[in-house]
Design a protein around this ligand. Structure first.
Ligand code: SF4
Length: 238
């Protein structure tokens, strides 16, 4: 199924303009969402790693409810590695795909003990060796737990908003990440994901973006090209 937001084709002119304006856009996003941060609750890198594995296909809100119980029951990496898989599954069940997630958490913790001296690694090449940890999860952990900007987290909000803002012509997360990394200053990589996620949740929703009240609409080709035209047509038809 073609994603609705992809029906709008980013034009060459808009793409070039958006890339030229990237610093102004980032500043406008920072002004609009000064509170943007990782919404998963965690204290240690291990807790963030586990919360991020659980967040696949699940809301941060649900994950936070589950981890409130999980983190009080399991504290150390050994607790997860030696856990009864059925108990682990039961606790995380409501996050969905719980059998796979439990297996990945347990096996990741075993690997952290055996290969990384019991500490969550702070290198991308090592993190992605852990079961169930791909580039996106690794980037979340690196930035939010270690303050390391190694890449840009591209989730569904980041993919949609980057496309509408003309920052990418792609729908594949790896290609979107590459496009963004090319134009965004490295020190803003981690922050940018949070800013675009907040934008996506606030006004730039998947089905009906609320462009009229969007705080950064002056930067948005989707708004200028599609939203204004559609609403003009609608007003004329009335
Ligand atoms: S103007 Fe509309 S489409 Fe553009 S970023 Fe804002 S909400 Fe999204």
């Amino acid at each position: 199924m073609v994603k609705r937001y992809l029906k709008y084709k980013v034009k060459k002119y808009d793409y070039e303009l958006a890339r030229k304006n990237i610093l102004n856009l980032i500043n406008a996003l920072k002004e609009a969402y000064p509170q943007a941060h990782c919404d998963l609750n965690f204290v240690t890198p291990l807790e963030l790693l586990i919360a991020t594995i659980l967040s696949a296909q699940c809301t941060d809100e649900r994950v936070n409810k589950v981890t409130a119980t999980l983190f009080s029951r399991f504290k150390k990496v050994e607790d997860y590695a030696n856990s009864d898989i059925l108990e682990l599954e039961q606790i995380i069940r409501s996050t969905g795909f719980y059998r796979n997630k439990a297996k990945n958490i347990k096996n990741s913790c075993k690997m952290i003990i055996e290969q990384f001296s019991g500490k969550v690694p702070n290198k991308l090449s090592e993190l992605i060796q852990l079961p169930g940890v791909a580039r996106k999860t690794a980037n979340v952990v690196l930035w939010n737990a270690f303050g390391i900007n190694e890449g840009i987290v591209v989730d569904t909000h980041v993919a949609r908003t980057s496309y509408r803002l003309g920052l990418t012509k792609n729908s594949n997360p790896d290609k979107i990440e590459r496009d963004l990394m090319e134009i965004v200053p490295r020190e803003d990589w981690g922050k940018l994901s949070h800013l675009l996620i907040y934008l996506g949740r606030d006004t730039c929703k998947a089905r009906n973006p609320e462009c009229d009240r969007c705080k950064i609409k002056e930067f948005c080709p989707w708004y200028k090209d599609l939203y204004l035209k559609e609403n003009k047509k609608y007003a004329q038809e009335k």
